[in-house]
Design a binder for this molecule. Structure first.
Ligand code: NAD
Ligand code: AHE
Ligand code: ZN
Length: 369
């Protein structure tokens, strides 16, 4: 057992509190990691709000981290103490039906226990005064030390700064990957991005990277326009300034977008995102996470006439394979992460990070341990 510090979510809607937490040593196939930095993603806020059907309390949230391996359990062969890693909420076992299919990144090896806030053996490694505390998304990066299965760690180069590449643990990969892996956007395509936060700006960055023609950003926060343009957005639409956002985009794109991305988690916007795509071939990718019980709807005619609705988790990326490459892209200057990290915080400032997210003042806040 070791003692570590963590921000604990005791109940839905309540601020996190910083606690001393006991962490059990890694068992077979598991790895002890010292988390050096973690980003705050909207999904953490969503789960904390109580809207997540898989949200369990008490839990240690956080899923956008980077750190160093301290110890490996029995049978671990791909990692050793000192290795730099990014924890993966979408693991890559390379053995399950899903991994072997090569049709999805949604590895199923440990998904059932992960969704119950437990390690693969059905128990938690975290406790406070003997009371078990749930893991979250198999990562719990709001703890300074975590135990994670080997298959849920991407080994990365050692010269990459933790406080930047932690963002590759979710937001960067989700946004870039949705363009590159899920939608396969081609050069010259017209793209619309709904929601220009930590995910949407990375979708814009991905669209620019593949040579999209028009890249239209849609957000109710006018402050998002400048950063959107810096990352490659060609047109900005504030839905509050136009009569009908779907008609407006269809006009701007001469008949509809080739691809649209919903990066908010709002089911009404999901419908708009589908319906603003081009008849015959438009594809709309849902990235945003909506609350328990939410449903999407459209006229079936929208699909009959060739529009396609798709979803994307972790950008369709295979974590152990793709994450180290995305770290290389950052280190080679091919992608910009620095300008999206608007705030650095200490762990005891984490609640302020969520308040800034709610107020629309931050893109990514990163906690450094
Ligand atoms: P964020 O809070 O940084 O950004 C959300 C943006 O949406 C903000 O700029 C906000 O102003 C804008 N917005 C809100 N309501 C709007 C509306 N009605 N119309 C237009 N714009 C609106 O959040 P984020 O971290 O970028 O996450 C975005 C969504 O993606 C969340 O739902 C999150 O849970 C989800 N997510 C999904 C995956 C995945 O793998 N599928 C990964 C990460 C995040
Ligand atoms: N428990 C949630 C699931 C939310 C969800 O869809 N999560 C995304 C990642 S969001 C990261 O910021 C995901 O990877 N989904 C695939 C999976 O297997 O969970 C709910 O709403 O039920
Ligand atoms: Zn996330």
């Amino acid at each position: 057992m070791i003692k570590t510090k963590a921000a604990v979510a005791w109940k839905a809607g309540a601020p996190l509190t910083i606690e001393d937490v006991m962490l059990q040593a890694p068992k077979a196939g598991e790895v002890l990691v010292e988390v050096k930095a973690t980003g705050l993603c909207h999904t953490d806020l969503y789960t904390l709000s109580g809207a997540d059907p898989e949200g369990l309390f008490p839990a240690i949230l956080g899923h956008e981290g980077a750190g160093v391996v301290l110890e490996v359990g029995e049978g671990v062969t791909s990692l050793k103490p000192g290795d730099h890693v990014i924890p993966l909420y979408t693991p890559e076992c390379r053995q399950c039906k899903s991994c072997l299919s090569q049709k999805t990144n949604l590895c199923t090896a440990i998904r059932a226990t992960q969704g119950k806030g437990l390690m693969p053996d059905g128990t938690s490694r975290f406790s406070i005064d003997g009371q078990p505390i749930h893991h979250y998304m198999g990562t719990s990066t709001f703890a300074n030390h975590i135990v994670v299965p080997e298959i849920a760690l991407a080994k990365i180069r050692e010269d990459a700064p933790f406080d930047k590449v932690c963002y590759i643990g979710c937001g960067v990969t989700t946004g870039l990957g949705a363009v590159l892996f899920t939608a396969n956007v081609e050069a010259g395509a017209n793209v619309v991005v709904f929601g220009l936060g930590g995910i949407g700006l990375n979708v814009i960055q991905g669209a620019k990277m593949v040579g999209a023609d028009k890249i239209i950003g849609v957000d109710i926060n006018p402050d998002r326009e400048a950063l959107g343009r810096q990352f490659g957005m060609t047109d900005f639409v504030n839905p509050n300034d136009v009569e009908n956002v779907v008609d407006h985009i269809i006009q701007l794109t001469d008949g509809g977008a080739d691809y649209s991305f919903e990066c908010i988690g709002n089911t009404q916007v999901m419908r708009q995102a589908l319906e603003c795509t081009h008849r015959g071939w438009g594809q709309s990718i849902i990235i945003g996470v909506a609350e328990a019980g939410a449903e999407i709807s459209t006229r079936p005619f929208q699909l009959v006439t060739g529009r396609v609705w798709k979803g994307s988790a972790f950008g369709g990326a295979r974590g152990r394979t793709d994450v180290p490459k995305i770290v290389d892209w950052y280190m080679d200057g091919k992608i910009n992460i620095d300008d999206l990290i608007t705030h650095h915080l200490r762990l005891d400032q984490i609640n302020e990070g969520f308040e800034m997210m709610k107020r629309g003042e931050s893109i990514r806040s990163v906690v450094m341990y």
